[in-house]
Ligand binder design. Sequence first.
Ligand code: SF4
Ligand code: SF4
Length: 318
Amino acid sequence: MTFGCRHLYRTLSLHPYVIKSCCSNAKGIIFGKKPTCINYKNLLHKSSMFLKSFKGGSVPKSCKGCCELVFDFDWSSVEDIKFENFYISNWFDCNANCIYCVNNCITDKKITDEIHKSPCYDALPILEYLKNENLLGDKLKIFITGGEPSLLKEMPDVIDFFKNNNAVFFSVFSSGIAYCESFHDLLKSDIRTELIISPDCGNPDLYKKIKNVDRFYDVFNNIKKYGEGCSENNRIIVKYIFVKNFNDNEKSVLEFFDRIDEYASGSQYAVRFDVDYNYKDVEHSRVSDLLKFANEEIERRKKAQTFSPITSQLSQNL
Ligand code: SF4
Ligand code: SF4
């Protein structure tokens, strides 16, 4: 039996302090640590090294126990490293400070409106290197997270790079506080794009408590603006994350839907419910009832819905 994982030769994740082989949900094989140690040739060398070791039947330590690991993997058709899934998250600064943000543990995270370089390293030279070495696949899928991507100076160039190199899908997470023309252009384009903005409520006071900034109306006005000219294949997903003791009640859910009716009605919009990772034992918490309540409201108001992994699983059991 040979183990394997497609992420190893197809996925590249750029994080603030590391570059690794797989999405942020997995531990991952680290290609380079700290910006100063990231040497592009080294990245390629390490990637080939792990590929060989997998093919030879051994499983790298950091892959052991990972849910993406496949038993009886068919390596016969895998010849080369061609990256086609990109997670772009090489910074953490943001114009909000959500109480549930995973970056809150980073002490030098900056809350700012200023457009600036990544405090860690630039993504573009790495992408250009991969292109020059013929390491790009022919159907690229790009997941832009962060931090807030509209703050990053190189972001329009990063997006253009992918647009010019066979991008077929973009998923962009944004706080929605600042309008970004590059995101809007993607939404208007033929490339499949989803822009995900998570106001988590429909009430400016509650927004301030969850996000620690007073930008509620900026966000909803931008949500409305992004809908203008959005192509029919593309979506703006307006998200609601249940945060314990803040918005996990029916009143807040209804307020959210009222704002959706006001700012985000039309086929270019969808709603998505999700759960803060601090919420324990979700299945037996009040979130299950609230999700049922939200689903009924979605049907009543005829909204489109997309699912996060956790709500998809919960919805099946409702
Ligand atoms: S098995 Fe898991 S940790 Fe290893 S490369 Fe695949 S996704 Fe990453
Ligand atoms: S918008 Fe995203 S990156 Fe910014 S503070 Fe909130 S969760 Fe963190």
